[in-house]
Design a binder for this molecule. Structure first.
Ligand code: C2E
Ligand code: CA
Ligand code: CA
Length: 646
């Protein structure tokens, strides 16, 4: 009725306001009822009886209202979205009944009342009316009706009286009643506006809070997930996984290091856009496979980590195989089939490592070793790997020191013309003696590559090789020096500039420095390497493909760069009686069409040398001619050779 412009929430608030003031109002009414009934002269028996009956009715009304207040408080406690209209109606009826009861009292006992009693009554009713303006401000209708019913009828009766004193009281009562009606109206309107404003503010505040909450969630999501795959990112994974290990130190956990196989080819051949889509799809597949597993993240470009609980190693193996199977299943959308697979390394917590960083490194190591032997399989970290890792770490530290303290040296192995057996170049090969033990280059070069030492070491080798080449300056025909260049060295954007600076410093012609790179170059990040190799050729350096036939033979890439020298891997020479010979034949034929020089490596016997010469291999290298020799033997070796050849 009077709450037309309030919504349900605001009505509830208004009703709550009314009820919160109710008990004090009821209490005062009860007290005053007793005072009025018993404080004045009760000699007249009938009046006395009537007053007590009135008091009884009044107390019944008040008691019902108290019950209503209790019921209201109960309802409010169990259901804070109660129906406000019902309570408002009941409350209004209670108040108006109280007002009628008061009014009846005043009118009924008016005749029998003394002037003091009349004055007291009108004063009390005025006080009630005054109080109601505030206490009943939650309902405009109730507070206005209450004031009118309470005061107006009695004041009218008094104003009609012949008695001047009563007439004045009546007149004052009417005036006061009118003021009270206006004041109640105003006060109720004010309260309603205040409730409305408060509600609007709360609404605004709630909206703001939910916006802030949403924004916080968004920031959390952005800073914790990888934008491409929506998996956890590195930082977030480290945080949650560290917490998991700290909170459950006795729980058996496994960390799976998942590294994709063949992903680089997709990026190279189909472009980064398709590459991104593949990564996305793989992440989705991981999410499908890893439902019961704890956390997974995109660790780097094509690397993913999974932290999982497990029952036994068999269970773990099966899970890892399932992951590989799901990754390598056909990616129909992009029309490439089984190109991508994954190799997985696993480390166990707390069995292998108790620290997350070490756990990840161990899983990575297990993966790395697996990749070197057979891709697309699972490998669990073990004690052999641990020992190997410890040795690698020790060697990497010692190697770093050896590089700084000139603890390495180069040896030189001649490459000869197959027809004249004259030396045409020397291959420089690194040697390292650690505490009397010769560490093989196959081992320490891999370590240098893994521990980021190869760039520095590689430049040192080139410098030493140039120093050696410098000593051949006056030799005719010129003798070149070749150096082995690691794939990682070519990733350095300044590599070409640095090499050019070194040859200039030693006054070595670039064509007398041969750079031997392995075929694997063509399998890695093709574009970067091709650019570096082309730039080196542009500067006049000779590019030699080392260990030809063992890696990814990419004829198209070779055609692309137009290599200068191809070195047939020693395994073909050593297997010449089997398939080796036909392969060497094919390479020699290719050489004449594509115009490159062929070197056969690992020639150990005269027979091998003769066969190779006969089928047209122009250059030979191997123990048959000389083992790699110390630097100070090079000059005397050359003199000796010159004598023999002349
Ligand atoms: P590579 O470039 O294929 O070097 C030829 C290897 O074959 C050398 O082994 C050499 O001693 C060995 N060899 C030469 N003639 C014969 C032979 O008749 N029979 C047999 N069985 N072996 C022969 P080495 O010196 O142990 O080097 C191994 C590998 O280490 C090299 O293979 C090369 O890939 C790498 N390496 C050596 N020095 C360097 C370097 O300075 N930088 C880089 N990046 N790699 C290097
Ligand atoms: Ca080589
Ligand atoms: Ca080789």
């Amino acid at each position: 009725m009077q709450y037309k412009n309030l919504n349900s929430n605001e009505r509830i608030e208004a009703v709550k306001l009314l009820y919160s003031n109710a008990l004090s109002g009821i209490g005062v009414s009860a007290l005053v009822s007793f005072v009025l009934v018993f404080a004045f002269d009760l000699t007249n028996k009938t009046t006395k009886q009537e007053k007590i009956i009135w008091l009884f009715f009044m107390l019944v009304i008040l008691a019902i209202r108290v019950i209503d207040v209790i019921y209201f408080n109960y309802t409010k406690g169990v259901n804070h979205r109660f129906n406000a209209n019902n309570f408002l109606k009941r409350f209004s009826v209670g108040c108006i009944a109280t007002a009628i009861s008061w009014s009846c009292y005043a009118l009924w006992f008016h005749k029998s009342s003394s002037i003091v009693e009349i004055t007291t009554t009108i004063a009390i009713l005025s006080a009630f009316a005054g109080g109601s303006a505030n206490l009943l401000s939650g309902s405009r209708f109730t507070s206005v009706c209450y004031s009118i019913i309470l005061l107006m009828p009695y004041s009218l009766v008094l104003s009609l009286s012949d008695n001047y004193y009563q007439y004045i009281l009546g007149f004052l009562g009417i005036t006061f009643s009118a003021i009270m009606v206006a004041s109640s109206y105003k006060s109720a309107t004010f309260t309603q506006t205040a409730i409305k404003l408060r509600n609007q503010n709360r609404k605004l505040l709630n909206e703001m809070e939910s916006k802030v909450e949403k924004r916080t969630e968004e920031i959390y999501r952005l800073s914790n997930t990888d934008p491409l795959t929506n998996l956890l990112n590195r930082t977030a994974f480290l945080k949650v996984a560290n917490k998991q290990l700290a909170d459950h130190p006795n729980e058996k956990l496994a960390l799976l290091f998942v590294d994709l196989d063949g992903f680089k080819q997709i990026n190279d051949t189909m472009g980064h856009k398709i590459g991104d889509q593949v990564l996305k799809e793989i992440a989705e597949r991981l999410s499908t496979v890893c439902t019961r597993h704890l956390y997974k993240c995109r660790w780097g470009g094509d690397e993913f980590l999974i932290l999982t609980t497990y029952e036994d190693q068999q269970d773990l193996f099966n899970f890892a195989k399932k992951v590989i199977k799901s990754i390598s299943a056909e990616h129909e959308r992009y029309k490439y089939q089984s190109w991508v697979s994954a190799t997985i390394g696993i480390a166990l917590f707390p069995e292998h490592e108790a620290d997350l960083g070490a756990l990840i490194r161990s899983a990575d190591l297990a993966m790395y070793h697996q990749k070197r032997t057979a891709k697309g399989c699972v490998n669990i970290y073990n004690n052999d790997l641990k020992r190997q890792q410890e040795r690698e770490q020790l060697l990497s530290q010692q190697l770093a020191m050896a590089i700084k303290n000139n603890g390495l040296r180069l040896v030189f192995q001649p490459i000869v013309d197959s027809k004249t057996t004259k030396v045409t170049s020397f291959e420089s090969l690194l040697r390292w003696q650690l505490n009397g033990e010769a560490i093989f280059p196959d081992e320490f070069i891999a370590i240098a590559e893994q521990y980021n030492l190869i760039t520095e070491l590689g430049l040192w080798v080139i410098e030493q090789a140039c120093a050696q080449a410098c000593t051949f300056k006056n030799v005719q025909p010129p003798i070149a020096v070749s150096v082995n260049v690691s794939v990682i060295q070519l990733q350095d954007p300044d590599f070409v500039t640095k090499v050019v600076n070194i040859v200039n410093q030693y006054h070595v012609k670039p064509e007398n420095l041969h750079l031997e790179i392995t075929e694997s170059v063509f399998a890695e990040d093709k574009l970067t390497f091709l650019a570096a190799v082309k730039e080196l050729q542009k500067q006049g350096f000779c590019i030699s493909i080392d260990d030809f036939g063992t890696g990814y033979s990419s004829l198209s890439s070779m055609l692309d760069i137009g290599v200068d020298i191809v070195k047939i891997d020693k395994s073909f020479i050593q297997n010449m009686d089997k398939r080796g010979l036909s392969i060497i034949h094919a390479i020699v034929q290719m050489a004449s069409t594509l115009d490159f020089i062929v070197v056969a490596e690992g020639v150990e016997t005269l027979e091998q040398a003769n066969v190779l010469k006969e089928i047209g291999v122009s250059h030979l290298q191997g123990y048959y001619f000389s083992k790699p020799m110390e630097q100070h033997f090079v000059e005397s070796y050359l003199n000796e050779q010159n004598k023999l050849c002349s």
